[in-house]
Design a binder for this molecule. Structure first.
Ligand code: PRX
Length: 631
């Protein structure tokens, strides 16, 4: 089986093969990789418990596949061009050979600090090459990485460290983000006051902040890698051994640790990377995500490196020092495939064409979108002004839980339709279900998006709580993986994602549970109760609207500022509400359930048509909220 699809006809026949003979199909893909021991059984699965195993009996190390395997013919090829936050600072690059040595040195350093196969290592880092080295060093020795986005607060970091019982954390003294610097090390120090499992902190000197270092616990990155051997044997991992945990939000409770395993994740990230982006030898790929999210894991680190690609990694933000930064970087490195989020496209679109026109974007061949639905205006702007109408736009739908891209065009080999993610990749069997859980077979319909057959990079469990995995993803519709999204399938079979159908909101491509934000608000002593909903936002896709019942006579601006502080403190500034309305009560049913449907409508600007309100305990509350709503 060819790894690479070269035409729509080939896509159709590969898709057919992947559905009729999935095991043979994936065997053919897996054979392109280096296994320490070949697998005995390709797949065993059931979606009830659930239990999903790919390539059982096989042994591998993913870093051998993305480093050692390439060295004979790519040792001097650049793996990453690193672009600093400030364009006046020097950029740098790292070759495959250098990356191999850096990874081995840090692997040995981790071992010297007592890290063994199976131990969890937390990574709380800026967008620098050492972050990639850290990820790969964990994978090399079989430690399980758990990356926490460096925009999360110390409380959120502590929750994730404690849930994973991480033994070590790799961080930096601080990071550069646009015009600001963020002090990471003191956030770590604060988090560690409530974590017992961490034995060591490795700190990268990134901004020369001279942080305080705790004796016997904290070590400098540059000191611990000094004098380490340039080689480190790659640990033999079983296919189903854990590769990483990544925390993500759901509709209830605290964020859960999505677990991905070695063999299947390796196959699928490489396969999807090469086909969706149509990466060719010598191309330069750039994914603008942060390594703290799944997009960074799969399409900055694993997919591209497994494919022997050269990529760009960028420390900064799209609008610093000005709105031309992305395009300047594309021009500078002659980027061929560019992958970003709709929120960035919309923000840059609002800045006009002048910043775009200063740069030569003729190297671009494929441009991608991920993380949230892309509206038609943004799609057209992107296609016309960035892709110059010659680059296909790949609108890639997937999730932390899916590990890799599920629905998307494949470069210029697929038909395109603005705002439609498109067709499933080979091996992916999506279905739409009606509210009774029945499959809707015809086209031109809308339903709950589920997947009915396993694929190699799907989540295996939620860390430390398998029951939660079952309840969240496999219990809504028996026999299916439930995505949490609603979708339409048009007459040609293309999928268009409508959005989440649960209490998850997607703000600038960042995923939050409304309950998680409410919990953070409710820690504020002024707050009695709160309800959070999403509302359409021109740039962010969705904004956060919080209705808060308060117990205080203080000035409302002071209260709102303190509520924002509570959210920043518990989760991070990325989750702060855009609008806060202080209310005297929430619309509830007689049984005490908040009628979120009404609150959502009010946040969307609706004044009166709230549907059936006969079960409301106090209909007057609705009128009060409407009359004071923030539009
Ligand atoms: O609602 C879908 C939306 O993002 C959710 C997954 O979020 P997360 O796990 O953080 O992963 C984001 C990056 C893969 C999905 O349930 N989503 C993701 N991609 C798209 C999308 N919505 C519409 N179109 C997309 N291309």
């Amino acid at each position: 089986m060819n790894l690479k699809i070269n035409s729509f006809g080939q896509y159709l026949s590969n898709y057919e093969e992947s559905v009729t003979n999935p095991e043979e199909f994936w065997n053919g893909i897996a054979e392109h990789f280096t296994w320490k021991k070949r697998w005995d059984k390709t797949l065993s699965w059931e979606f009830k418990t659930p239990s999903i195993k790919w390539f059982e009996g096989g042994q591998l190390n993913i870093t051998e596949n993305l480093l050692d395997r390439h060295l004979p013919h790519r040792k001097d090829q650049i793996a990453f061009h690193w672009e600093p936050n400030d364009p006046n600072d020097s950029d740098s690059s790292i070759t495959y050979q250098q990356l191999y040595h850096e990874v081995c040195k840090l692997s040995n350093a981790l071992k010297s600090l007592g890290i063994e196969k199976g131990d969890r290592v937390c990574i709380y880092m800026p967008m620098v090459i050492e972050s990639i080295v850290s990820i790969l060093a964990c994978a090399r020795i079989g430690a399980v990485h758990s990356i926490v986005f460096a925009g999360f607060s110390s409380n959120a970091l502590a929750d994730r460290i404690n849930d994973a019982e991480a033994k070590l954390i790799i961080t930096a003294d601080g990071l550069n983000r646009g015009g600001k610097q963020v002090d990471l090390k003191s956030m770590v120090d604060e988090a560690l006051t409530s974590c017992n499992s961490i034995k060591h902190v490795i700190t990268l000197d990134c901004i020369h902040a001279n942080p305080s270092m705790t004796e016997n616990r904290d070590v400098w990155y540059h000191e611990i890698i000094e004098n380490q051997s340039l080689d480190c044997p790659a640990e033999a991992m079983n296919s189903e051994d854990l590769l990483f945990i990544l925390y993500t939000s759901g509709s209830t409770g605290k964020p859960k640790g999505v677990v991905h395993t070695c063999g299947g994740y390796m196959i699928y990230t490489a396969y999807s990377f090469q086909n969706v982006f149509q990466y060719h030898e010598g191309d330069v790929f750039w994914c603008t995500a942060d390594i703290g999210w799944i997009t960074g894991h799969s399409y900055i680190v694993y997919g591209p490196l497994l494919s022997g690609a050269t990529s760009v990694i960028f420390e900064g933000v799209p609008t610093y020092p000005d709105a031309g930064r992305f395009w300047q970087i594309c021009d500078k490195f002659k980027v061929n495939q560019f992958y970003t989020a709709p929120t960035a496209i919309r923000a840059l679109m609002a800045c006009g064409l002048e910043p775009v026109e200063q740069y030569d974007l003729s190297s671009l061949k494929v441009i991608g979108s991920v993380g949230e639905p892309i509206n038609e205006e943004a799609w057209n702007w992107y296609h016309k002004n960035i892709g110059k109408k010659k680059c296909p736009v790949v609108d890639t739908w997937w999730q932390t839980e899916t590990g890799g891209i599920m629905l998307s065009g494949l470069g210029d080999h697929s038909p395109m339709n603005p705002t439609h993610a498109g067709y499933p990749l080979p091996g992916i069997q999506p279905v739409l279900l009606d509210s009774n859980g029945n499959e809707i077979v015809e086209n031109g319909v809308e339903g709950y998006l589920c997947i009915k057959f396993p694929w190699p990079s799907m989540l295996r469990t939620t860390y430390g709580d398998h029951e939660r995995c079952k309840n969240t993803y496999f219990s809504n519709y028996e026999g299916y993986y439930f995505t949490g999204d609603g979708a339409k399938r048009d007459e040609t079979g293309m999928y268009r994602i409508i959005g989440r159908v649960d209490d998850v909101i997607n703000v600038s491509g960042h995923r939050f549970g409304t309950a998680e934000i409410e919990d953070a608000i409710n820690t504020n002593s002024n707050a009695i109760e709160s309800a959070v909903v999403g509302y359409p936002h021109d740039i962010k896709g969705q904004g956060i609207y919080a209705y808060v019942v308060i117990d205080s006579s203080e000035n409302s601006d002071t209260i709102k500022a303190s509520l924002i502080d509570s959210v920043s403190d518990k989760i991070g500034r990325i989750a702060k509400p855009d609008k806060i309305q202080l209310v005297s009560g929430l619309p509830k049913t007689r049984s005490g359930k908040i009628m979120r449907r009404i609150l959502r409508k009010i946040a969307e600007g609706e004044q009166q048509n709230f549907g059936d309100t006969s079960t409301l305990l106090d209909p007057e509350i609705v009128e009060q909220i409407v009359s004071n709503s923030i539009l």
